[in-house]
Design a protein around this ligand. Sequence first.
Ligand code: COA
Length: 161
Amino acid sequence: MKRIGVYPGTFDPITKGHLDIIRRASRVVDHLVILIAPSTKKKPLFSLEKRIELAEIELKSLNISGEAQGFDGLLVEHMRTIGANVILRGLRAISDYEYELQIASMNRCLAPEIETIFLMASEGSHFISSSLVKEIASFKGDVGHLVSDNVEKELKACFAA
Ligand code: COA
């Protein structure tokens, strides 16, 4: 059976922490789909279309067999429509555990045929979050070690004024 994995999240914007998970997730599944939620409650800085475009560029530069898509509604329902059977998530610190346990348990309840696989974030990625990256960029701080050159350029353009 072909393993189609999804890496769901908000990706506002995609960071080097996400890239660490994407690179390693691509070794676990045959095809990886980065699924990007609108997450309007989080009031994203980048539009959904822009977040998809940025993720596609990263996939291409990592030379990974995958794609980025937007999705709305229940994750497991969207996965069923695209024939995906594995959810990949990264765990950074113990503080991620409780939230991830809750989501994974609920998803298994909704769709017992879908498995969630957790990858421990690599050293150096434990402290990265998209919010922190945006905060640093908003104060014109250096985010070059946290995001790709392309994302850094987009952040600079957003906070240019
Ligand atoms: N490296 C860097 N950052 C990481 C990371 C890693 N390895 N893992 C998580 N993060 C950060 C993200 O940058 C994000 O930071 P932010 O809050 O500052 O933006 C934060 O951790 C968590 O965000 P994310 O992983 O994007 O998850 P989310 O909570 O925004 O999104 C969904 C969760 C979209 C996957 C989930 O809500 C969902 O599936 N929604 C669909 C509706 C649904 O099915 N609901 C029922 C679920 S049971």
